[in-house]
Design a protein around this ligand. Structure first.
Ligand SMILES: Nc1ncnc2c1ncn2[C@@H]1O[C@H](COP(=O)(O)OP(=O)(O)OP(=O)(O)O)[C@@H](O)[C@H]1O
Length: 701
């Protein structure tokens, strides 16, 4: 038998070289014949051929063992070598060129071929069987784990709810944060909500970590139940707004945050309004920015914002664009991330009147379009955009007894009532006045997208009113800022968390979405009239600059319509028309807004070793600095400071603010608690004697 040789390096014995049954047999027999003829002609001792064959058999067996070949394969290959070597030895002794020698060689060839074929088939079958065994083992291990989970929950539900379920499937979540059980309820009228009602007890029985829940929801029919079990609490982590600022639409839904299983949750606002409740410090402002980010990314949404707290929710979306701080490629100016911002009562009234006019005009003017599409819902698109009206602390406006606020409230309710089909929807936020707001039938009916940011706050947080029908939701399940509960018509109320959105992300989103914002359709724009087109005029935006020092306002603000902030961004002209004197001021105010909301500047209250204590006496305005620019809150803090070491209480502060700001006692309680937590105020005394003292006047201890 001949060894295989490569052309570079002399003879190399490749015992494991691949051969098929035919090539293997051919190679063996031709090799043996060649050796026998040359050996006989040159008088080579026949014993050599046998020695080579024995070495071949040994080498092939070793290679086969390494490749984990079956015993019968090894035996067949070794036998082929030995038979070949035996024939060669015999042929060299008696002459290879006789009929007997050639005939026996041919027979050996056919034999080797058949044996090789059979061993190849055997090897293949053996390999397939090994793979199948391995897979069966993995499946068995997996289903053993699933069976264990199923058995555990059958027992638990029996123990806690007195119901014997039959688990038909266990699905482990890809996020690795929990699993879902699909189970059949026993005959006899057991319902899924019986299990849902015991969520807290089931979670405790399962020894789930804090913030993890076992929640039941309806299965594919009324006799089935799905139980979602979270085993990892993703709500404790801070997750920033996803960096993909790609386009969205009201039709595909807009992500507002993520569930405990780390899946994002989308809201569908084509027909729904939304209500977001969050007491001070719960992360409400951050959530509003997340909401505005989603609207800014949408190709078919124009966002109008009303924020009577000096527009603080909307300004970060306007100022960087208006004062030319961010630019697109080629130095082109960007459009603001929102389409209109009202920070005063008059501007808010103008905006709401405009919204009503647009809705009515759309109703009349788009009759043909509706008929063509055979629908009574205006087909919203980039050419006929939806208007999303975001009203920060809008619920407080609805509940306020103040005469002006009542006028605004009527208009807000009118928009909610008449504009659903015509593509104007609202997002109202509330500090916590859930009772008075949810008492309103219109809100209850139209605002089914609901968010309750708890941030650990228990007061004024009536989850059963926010999410009627959902049981087992407890405020203490989400004691983290930005976390709470969210329910939509598509997704039952459950724990959720908003992404943390950072100031640089707001700027990035403004830049990334500048080309994407739609413009108001002609018909609506005509109805909106100059009230809309002149929304960025100097006198209309003056409130954004109201603190501008007098020495430059006079010169900085040109009179006459059309003047104001950097309107070049809105006119899409590359030339910048920034008012030079007011630019710094606007910039300063913008940074203050950002600092106030995102704590990007050093905290004036943070104790530092070198920093001297604030000078006694007088109102230290830096104390007001990180209380944002909510005038009511500032007034409350000023009252607290003025109360000196005697201190004051929530009722007294609320009474003092009620006329001017319509602030409720509950709101003041929220502020006081937050100030105590932040070290700004100290609570002294207990029960009815409890009062709050600004930390500057607090007793030494
Ligand atoms: N989704 C979130 N993830 C992590 N941390 C958050 C989140 N939202 C808010 N926070 C933290 O909570 C702080 C307060 O947030 P935010 O200003 O939004 O609260 P707020 O309810 O609007 O309070 P206030 O009414 O006092 O402004 C933030 O500075 C941030 O540190």
């Amino acid at each position: 038998m001949a060894a295989t040789a490569t052309k570079h390096s002399g003879p190399v014995l490749d015992w494991s070289a691949g051969h098929g049954p035919v090539t293997g047999a051919l190679s063996a027999t031709t090799g043996a014949f060649a050796v026998a003829t040359t050996g006989a002609a040159t008088g080579m001792p026949p014993g050599w051929a046998f020695a080579v064959g024995a070495a071949g058999a040994l080498g092939h067996t070793v290679a086969g063992l390494r490749a984990r070949n079956a015993g019968r394969t090894l035996a067949a290959r070794a036998a082929a070598w030995l038979i070949g070597a035996g024939w060669t030895t015999w042929a060299m002794t008696y002459g290879p060129l006789s009929w007997a020698a050639l005939g026996s060689l041919a027979t050996i060839g056919v034999g080797i071929g058949a044996a090789a074929r059979s061993t190849a088939l055997y090897e293949e079958a053996r390999e397939e069987e090994a793979i199948a065994v391995e897979q069966r083992q993995i499946a068995a291990e997996l289903s053993a784990e699933r069976r264990e989970i199923a058995a555990e929950w059958i027992d638990r539900i029996q123990r806690v709810c007195g119901i014997t379920i039959r688990v038909v499937g266990v699905e482990k979540w890809q996020t690795g944060t929990g699993y879902s059980l699909d189970a059949e309820l026993p005959p006899g009228g057991a319902t899924w909500n019986k299990i849902a009602a015991e969520s807290a007890r089931l979670s405790a029985d399962a020894r789930l970590p804090h913030g993890c829940t076992a929640t039941a929801s309806p299965g594919i029919h009324q006799g089935r139940v799905i139980i979602d079990v979270t085993t990892v609490n993703v709500l404790t982590e801070e997750r920033t707004y996803p960096a993909d600022y790609g386009p969205l639409s009201v039709h595909t839904g807009i992500p507002w945050g993520y569930r405990t299983n780390a899946e994002e949750i989308r809201v569908h606002l084509r027909e729904q309004c939304a209500l977001v409740v969050g007491p001070t410090g719960s992360g409400k402002t951050n959530m509003v920015h997340t909401i505005l980010a989603g609207f800014a990314r949408s190709e078919d949404v124009l966002t109008w914002v009303i924020d009577l707290n000096a527009g603080s929710a909307g300004l970060p979306w306007v100022l960087p664009a208006l004062n030319g701080e961010i630019q697109r490629e080629g130095g082109r100016p960007v459009r603001p991330g929102i389409d209109w911002l009202a920070g005063t009562f008059d501007e808010a009234m103008t905006m709401l009147d405009t919204a009503v006019r647009v809705a009515k005009q759309r109703k009349m003017g788009y009759q043909d379009l509706l008929a063509r599409h055979n629908t009574d819902l205006l087909p919203i698109s980039a050419t006929i955009p939806q208007i999303m009206l975001v009203i920060d602390e809008g619920a407080e406006i609805l509940a306020s007894p103040d005469r002006q606020m009542r006028k605004l409230a009527e208009k807000i309710l009118e928009v909610i009532r008449i504009a659903r089909a015509m593509g104007i929807r609202t997002v109202l936020t509330a500090l916590g006045a859930t009772g008075s707001v949810l008492g309103n039938l219109m809100i209850r009916r139209e605002a089914k997208v609901r968010v309750a940011l708890t941030g650990g706050e228990t007061e004024g947080m009536d989850l059963s009113k926010m999410f009627p029908g959902s049981r087992g939701l407890r405020v203490d399940q989400a004691p983290y800022k930005g976390a709470g509960f969210m329910g939509t018509p598509e997704s039952p109320a459950a724990l959720f968390k908003a992404w943390r959105i950072l100031p640089n992300q707001i700027r990035q989103i403004i830049a990334a979405t500048s080309d994407r914002h739609p413009v108001l359709d002609d018909l609506s724009a005509k109805a909106a009239g100059p009230a809309y087109t002149r929304r960025w005029d100097a006198e209309r935006t003056a409130w954004m600059r109201e603190d501008t020092p007098s020495n430059n306002t006079a010169q900085a603000t040109p009179s006459g319509p059309g003047a104001g902030l950097n309107l070049s961004a809105l006119r899409e002209q590359p030339s910048k028309q920034i008012l030079p004197e007011s630019e710094d001021e606007i910039l300063r105010r913008f940074r203050e807004q950002i600092d106030a909301h995102f704590a990007t500047a050093p905290d004036p209250h943070a104790p530092t070793e070198q920093a001297p204590p604030p000078a006694p006496g007088g109102l230290n305005l830096s104390a007001l600095r990180n209380e944002q620019d909510n005038p009511a809150q500032q007034a409350a803090l000023a009252l607290l400071l003025a109360a000196g070491s005697e201190g004051t209480g929530a009722s007294a502060i609320a009474r003092a603010l009620a006329d001017e700001y319509g602030t409720t006692r509950q709101t003041v309680v929220g502020w006081l608690k937050a100030w105590v937590k932040d070290g700004i105020a100290v609570r002294i005394g207990e029960g009815t004697k409890a009062r709050y003292v600004h930390r500057r006047h607090a007793p030494e201890s």
